[in-house]
Design a protein around this ligand. Structure first.
Ligand SMILES: Nc1ncnc2c1ncn2[C@@H]1O[C@H](COP(=O)(O)OP(=O)(O)OP(=O)(O)O)[C@@H](O)[C@H]1O
Ligand SMILES: [Mg+2]
Length: 246
């Protein structure tokens, strides 16, 4: 039996009285792409943030490559670097060049020599199609370009897996595909990915599994075809009807 790269066991979390994650169990194998879908407020972002320990959990366990997440300190920083995370907003450092945004982590956290970090950064920027922008600052790039830089920046840390939280939902429609194409490419190269998105075409094309969340719980999961064509729960059917209307 292979060991999952990411594993959540009986994870519970509250914000005050609000029970935001309810006995969440999820195992993501190496190379697997899991799309998480569900209504606003269902806990999708919280799930991503707990996996990266940006949020603590009340009970249960989260294992990365079989290891529990460290509480704090250097071990936590190292473990966090193993999980790339891309958010809805691009979170690039505004006053640094694109190149410096991508080399910062490798130089400061991994101790990679500058020349080597820059060479790899340029390769990655090429891979996501923005190498010509390397010496600009983020504000000079389109949203789609900035999001691709954010992906390159995560990849520069050699992550074991990537977490994407609605990476295209803040983008103008014409830029969505250029970001999704990069993600399709990553998936085809075997990257393990958890992707929160409502992009059904992407999910159908790329996901091995779709996980549907509602009210903090995983309500059902299945292959994209099973889930989109034959949702089992009324919650999922209602949700799919609501997003198909757009
Ligand atoms: N820091 C916080 N403090 C208190 N409540 C929070 C906090 N962050 C999120 N919540 C609440 O937890 C619930 C889950 O939020 P979360 O952001 O995980 O949902 P989501 O599924 O990502 O929603 P969306 O689709 O709108 O992004 C919501 O009810 C939200 O209001
Ligand atoms: Mg969210």
């Amino acid at each position: 039996m292979t060991q999952p790269i990411i594993e959540l066991k009986h994870v519970d979390k509250h914000y005050g009285d609000l029970h935001v994650l309810k006995d969440v169990n999820l195992a993501v194998d190496k190379g697997e792409v899991v799309v998480v879908i569900g209504p606003s407020g269902s806990g999708k972002s919280t799930l991503c943030r707990t996996i990266n320990r940006l949020e603590t959990i009340d009970s249960g366990e989260i294992l990365i490559d079989g290891e529990p997440l460290p509480e704090e300190g250097k071990e936590l920083a190292a473990m966090r670097a193993e999980l790339g995370m891309v958010f809805q907003s691009f979170n690039l450092f505004a006053h640094m060049s694109i190149l410096d945004n991508v080399t910062l982590g490798p130089i400061d956290v991994l101790g990679v020599p500058k020349a080597e970090a820059e060479k790899r950064a340029m390769d990655l920027l090429g891979r996501v199609g923005v190498a010509e922008q390397a010496h600009k600052v983020p504000a000079q790039l389109s949203g789609g370009q900035q999001q691709r830089v954010a992906i390159a920046r995560s990849l520069a840390m050699h992550p074991k897996a990537m977490l994407f939280d609605e990476p295209t939902s803040a983008l103008d429609p014409e830029m969505i595909n250029e970001v999704l194409d990069v993600m399709v490419d990553l998936a085809s190269q075997g990257m393990t990915m958890i992707v929160v998105t409502h992009e059904m075409n992407f999910a159908r094309r790329v996901a091995n599994r779709v996980v549907f969340m509602a009210d903090g719980a995983i309500v059902e999961e299945g292959t994209p075809d099973e889930f989109f064509d034959h949702p089992k729960s009324a919650r999922a059917r209602d949700f799919l009807d609501s997003i198909k209307g757009h």
